[in-house]
Design a protein around this ligand. Structure first.
Ligand SMILES: C[S@@+](CC[C@H](N)C(=O)[O-])C[C@H]1O[C@@H](n2cnc3c(N)ncnc32)[C@H](O)[C@@H]1O
Length: 294
């Protein structure tokens, strides 16, 4: 970044400033996995993808400020144009991979995930990851919970391939199984058996995010816990549902039988001048309520 994209250095320093020691640890972990998964030049290629993705997001936010709404409304359209385009998705996903901690507000969410969700995961937990994309969140959880197993479901073939490669790089491939499919179809007939569920940055990609909360509610056993994140008033090429208030996420979780135990809303350090929208990322730790006999 210093030599090729110096204009991105400030943002990365902001992310490091969130917690310099943890930043070093996460960087080492994420880049080590990327190098094992992608081989030579992995860091250069990931950096290119990160810069391209971040630039696209910034431009999308400028258009959103001008238009007042996100660009896309149709999930089917995005599925055809974006999620099914393997080459495009690969670049996109490696870019997203690094945003997990190279954007300061995402770094805050990553620490929240590690300290408030992963830390309390039982070692043999059965985890379901919805829309793993690159797979980084779930693989991180598996490296901390030594006997845990994970099933991941993503609509994009490219995501499945990258998530598998990251799980292999982290040495947890024997505990992680990924399958291509629409997450909204999950748990329709299955028992509520998952101990934990991870669903990061999918909700805003859906036309009806409430359906995804219902899936999480169906998958979890009573007392099971979920880590859920969403972007609010943050444009991106594949964002459809415009969350404006944190309370919307609380309401959707509650309607699905989930109790929000903790949450964190974080915002970028810099914004567009005179911006009318305040972009945020929100993380929730939610627990499926035990049925109460009254
Ligand atoms: C922004 S990426 C998030 C990746 C990762 N979870 C993260 O937080 O960095 C969105 C992911 O959602 C997946 N996706 C979109 N709609 C989906 C659906 N209906 N079912 C399963 N996966 C879906 C995409 O293929 C993509 O991998």
């Amino acid at each position: 970044v210093n030599s090729r994209y110096p204009q991105f250095r400030k943002g990365i320093e902001e992310a490091r400033a969130v917690d310099p020691q943890r930043f070093e640890q996460i960087t080492e972990m994420y880049l080590d996995w990327a190098m094992r998964a992608r081989g030579e030049n992995a860091i250069e290629r990931c950096t290119d993808a990160f810069v391209q993705f971040t630039t696209e997001v910034n431009l999308a936010q400028v258009r959103y400020e001008a238009e007042g709404h996100y660009e896309h409304q149709s999930f089917d359209q995005l599925r055809a144009d974006h999620y099914s385009d393997d080459q495009r998705m690969a670049g996109y996903l490696w870019g997203v991979y690094l945003t997990n901690y190279l954007w300061a507000h995402h770094m805050e969410i990553a620490i929240f995930f590690r300290d408030r969700f992963v830390q309390r995961l039982e070692s043999g937990a059965h985890v379901v990851e919805i829309a793993p994309g690159h797979g980084g969140w779930g693989v991180w959880a598996l490296t901390c919970a030594s006997q845990a197993t994970l099933r991941g479901y993503d609509i994009s073939r490219s995501s499945i391939a990258i998530a598998q490669s990251i799980a292999g790089a982290a040495g947890v491939a024997d505990r992680a199984a990924y399958k291509e499919g629409d997450a909204l179809q999950l748990g329709v007939s299955g028992a509520s058996s998952a101990d934990a569920c991870i669903c990061c940055f999918l909700l805003e990609h859906l036309e009806r995010p409430q359906e995804c909360f219902s899936v999480i509610g169906r998958l979890l056993r009573p007392g099971g816990r979920a880590f859920i994140t969403a972007a609010l008033t943050s444009a991106q090429v594949d964002h459809i549902y415009e969350f404006r208030h944190e309370s919307e996420l609380y309401c959707m979780a509650e309607q699905a039988g989930l109790h929000v135990a903790e949450s964190l809303s974080a915002m970028p350090r810099r914004r567009l001048p005179h911006a009318r929208f305040l972009p945020r990322a929100m993380g929730l730790v939610a627990e499926k309520r035990e049925p109460v006999a009254r």
